[in-house]
Design a protein around this ligand. Structure first.
Ligand code: FPP
Length: 248
């Protein structure tokens, strides 16, 4: 890489520096493949989700290290309620454990936790925990972590439109900006890069409005194996792309 390129302040050990001016600001991740990772090892699916949670720590650390400012993770979709009850409860339990066990460290590391999705359908004690975590970390600014939990992209757009109508906008006044401003993500830039692990090539109702101009990266590894080096490869792939936003 040419010596004149501006680099991130803290470069990964043994990984060549990435050009800071070309890095994605916002990376969104579909953490897919936990179930298959577990199956390959003869373990229950929940063991895969737990391994995926461990991996999330490594990826969040790497995000700070590489200079990414916003990470959005797809932790539980509106469709995931259709999974076996034990798995649904297990995923709720993981969110509870992450808050109980990791919140202090996340806070110390300067992570601002946010939630996107419908919290009201989640059991009240867990809702409270999530709201307290958001409140505790609201002034942190090293990394914004959006947790999409009970999130669906179409539901998000419908909710935005309902709000716009409720606020009395005339049809002509409804612009793309107005819609964007009514989404959960209104205070962060749209994702620059969307990563879906496990080789699946689908968006699965994740940030469908916000991803209009995102770049996509589909590594062929299950989420628990998507480590710091794999993340680095995704960022290299991104910085080498030429984003034209429909222009030449
Ligand atoms: C998709 O893999 C993964 C999920 C539905 C859950 C992802 C959750 C975590 C990694 C835990 C972190 C969660 C929180 C709340 C911080 P899959 O189960 O669809 O895998 P498969 O396609 O191989 O079956």
């Amino acid at each position: 890489m040419p010596g004149s390129i501006q680099t991130t302040s803290m470069n990964a050990k043994s990984l060549p520096p990435l050009p800071a001016d070309k890095l994605p600001v916002h990376v969104a991740m579909i953490m897919d493949g936990n179930g298959r990772w577990a199956k390959q090892r003869g373990l229950p699916r929940l063991a895969g989700h737990r391994a995926g949670t461990e991996n999330l720590r490594e990826i969040l650390r790497a995000a700070v290290e590489f200079g990414v400012r916003v990470v959005t993770i797809y932790a539980f979709s509106t469709e995931n309620w259709g999974r076996p009850q034990a798995e649904v409860e297990g995923l709720m339990g993981i969110l509870r454990d992450v808050i109980d066990r990791e919140l202090y460290e996340l806070h110390e590391e300067g992570v601002q936790l946010r939630h996107i999705g419908e919290l009201e359908q989640v059991e009240p004690a867990l809702q409270r925990k999530v709201r307290e975590a958001i409140e505790l970390t609201r002034n942190n600014d090293r990394l914004i972590l959006n947790v999409a939990f009970n999130y669906g992209g179409r539901a998000e757009i419908v909710r935005a439109l309902q709000e716009i109508i409720r606020e009395g906008y005339s049809p002509e006044a409804v612009t793309e900006d107005v819609v964007s401003q009514h989404l959960y993500t209104c205070t962060v830039p749209d994702p620059d890069l969307i990563i879906r692990t496990s080789g699946e090539l689908r968006l699965s109702n994740f940030l469908i409005w916000q991803s209009a101009y995102a770049e996509y990266y589909f590594p062929d590894v299950f989420w628990p194996d998507f480590n710091r080096e794999e993340f680095y490869k995704a960022l290299v792939h991104y910085v080498e792309r030429d984003r034209r936003y429909g222009k030449v």
